[in-house]
Design a protein around this ligand. Sequence first.
Ligand SMILES: [Zn+2]
Length: 87
Amino acid sequence: MGRLLLILGILFLAWMGYRFLNKTWSARVKEVEHQEQKKFQEQPQKVQQMKACAYCKTHIPEDEGIYKENHFFCSYQHLDSYLEHKK
Ligand SMILES: [Zn+2]
């Protein structure tokens, strides 16, 4: 009888432990999901304007490129190449 109670006790503790872990885990998952969602919702405001390089036509964020004579370039090399070809 004592053994049965011990087994039941262990099972009960295991079940409680499982429930506890499950609860903290799902809380963690929910938290991560919430953060991801927040990140996703914040993203549109942070999305940078993409511009095509006048030389290679590659689209890159506007603040990473160079403006020169109303044209946009992905790098100084392409700026130079473009001006070179224009001559
Ligand atoms: Zn380019």
